[in-house]
Design a protein around this ligand. Structure first.
Ligand code: C2O
Ligand code: CU
Ligand code: CU
Length: 448
């Protein structure tokens, strides 16, 4: 494959961070296919501005975003801003918009002034091609800075972004196309990178703090995260900060999910591995399908270096998260099922011409997601984040936009449709399942 040189200058091409200035983020973004360095080898990938992961965008609530996007791939693509609360219409987060090969589109939208700070991301969302384009490399971070970042204990921590991505690269450096069975179970590659690197080194001072901001940008792979000898203090999830840090020994991240984690450097100096422990998400070994490995992968290595003058503690509180009020709209049920190569929601395959769910703005609803399949399905809703309901039916004090529904199980969440009318999507974030039909259209209607 030829590397198609874009219109961008070298400096622009290599810029991996775009920050808003005076309320405006303006950037050129180009999707293309070409040879790129991946974990020390040359691979033929799809990239944004020649990079994997794509450049990181950083904005604040209230900012305007203008992305001059050019598609230099040989196929159509588009941009989805996963988790952002922005319009799903026009040239904003409109996944129904397709950018043909060779075409340019100026994406433009503003974040509401009360948008929560957090870790969001962008990736292509053309139905039928999402898994393939993401597995070929297209994904990048979209960070909203805000109150969470200025909490002293958070601000002082060393910030590390870890975009987790798996790759199936053949001998010639090309991406291996998955078999039918791999598409059914959700493709997984054997090479896993964290950011630009394989097993990057993360430095932590003794007595200090490391802030790990982790995104699962894989098409289908799950990560069951564990950092040797160190508990994970989760301070934010998909849609923004938690009320207080949540201390976990390990954490499961399904595709599309994010975790913002503080690690305290309070152990003996040394090296500690960030591991991806085995996890059975179903479908493995199914009719000759891929067996999932039973040993852990090393994602990154944390090492102690230097020391702080005094020991840093975890922040006591992070944000005020009000639970959503009791629903005043209908309760809805979504049944996820699999039948051969067909992946269904309420018995139907995706059809972009059909509206599956119609809701009213300023309404609170409880959604029940029932998984009747043999595999876990991470259910994702665009535009509005939700609060997962616990076993007692109480909303958790955390904003999520992906909820993992294990095989044979049911999960419920509460959501309020706010601000933006128009059509958007919900789907399984195992992108092969999305492409195979496990997706529906939601239309949000403004009140008369
Ligand atoms: Cu990250 Cu509709 O997807
Ligand atoms: Cu999304
Ligand atoms: Cu799925």
């Amino acid at each position: 494959m030829l590397f198609v040189a874009g219109q961008l200058g070298r400096a622009e091409r290599q810029k991996n961070l775009f920050q808003s200035q005076d309320g405006l983020l303006e950037a050129d973004l180009e999707a293309s296919e070409g040879w790129t360095q991946l974990a020390g080898n040359s691979a033929n990938l799809f990239t944004y501005n020649g990079q994997v992961p794509g450049p990181r965008f950083e904005v604040r609530a209230g900012d305007t975003v203008r992305i001059h996007f050019t598609n230099r791939l040989a196929e159509s693509t588009n941009l989805h801003f996963h988790g952002l609360h922005v319009p799903p219409t026009g040239r904003a987060d409109n996944v129904f918009l397709e950018v043909q090969r060779g075409e340019s589109v100026d994406y433009e939208f503003s974040l509401p002034a009360n948008h929560p700070p957090g870790m969001f991301w962008y990736h292509p969302h053309v139905h039928g091609a999402a898994a393939r384009q993401v597995a070929h490399g297209l994904a990048g971070l979209f960070i909203v800075r805000g109150e969470l970042d200025v909490i002293p204990e958070v601000a002082i921590a060393t910030e590390q972004f870890l975009v987790l991505k798996d790759w199936a690269i053949g001998r010639s450096g090309g991406v291996i196309e998955p078999s039918t069975m791999e598409r059914m179970t959700g493709r997984e590659g054997s090479l896993i990178t964290a950011g630009e690197d394989l097993n990057p080194k993360l430095r932590i001072p003794s007595g200090g703090m490391l802030r790990l901001r982790i995104l699962n940008a894989s098409a289908s792979r799950f990560y069951r995260l564990k950092l040797e000898n160190h508990p994970l203090a989760v301070i934010a999830t998909d849609g923004g900060p938690l009320a207080v840090p949540l201390i976990l020994e390990e954490m499961l991240l399904s595709p599309g999910e994010r975790a913002d984690i503080l690690v305290q450097g309070d152990r003996e100096s040394g090296e500690y591995r960030l591991l991806n422990l085995p996890y059975n998400r179903g479908g493995a070994g199914m009719m000759g399908g891929p067996q999932r490995p039973s040993n852990a992968d090393v994602l990154a290595t944390m090492l102690y270096e230097g020391r702080t003058a005094s020991k840093l503690d975890l922040p006591a509180s992070l944000a005020t998260i009000d639970p959503l009020p009791k629903p005043d709209g209908p309760a809805r049920t979504f049944v996820l099922s699999e039948s051969g190569m067909r992946f269904l929601i309420n018995g139907r395959e995706f059809d972009h011409n059909r509206v599956d769910t119609t809701v009213r703005l300023d309404t609170v609803e409880d959604w029940e997601i029932i998984n009747r399949g043999t595999m876990d399905h991470p259910f994702h809703l665009h535009t509005n984040a939700f609060q997962i309901l616990d076993s007692k039916g109480e909303p958790e004090r955390a904003w999520k936009d992906v909820v993992l529904v294990p095989a044979g199980r049911t999960r419920r969440f509460r959501v309020r449709f706010e601000d933006f009318a128009g059509k958007a999507l919900y789907h399984c974030h195992i992108l092969d399942h999305e492409d195979l039909g496990m997706m529906g259209v939601i239309e949000m209607l403004a009140n008369a």
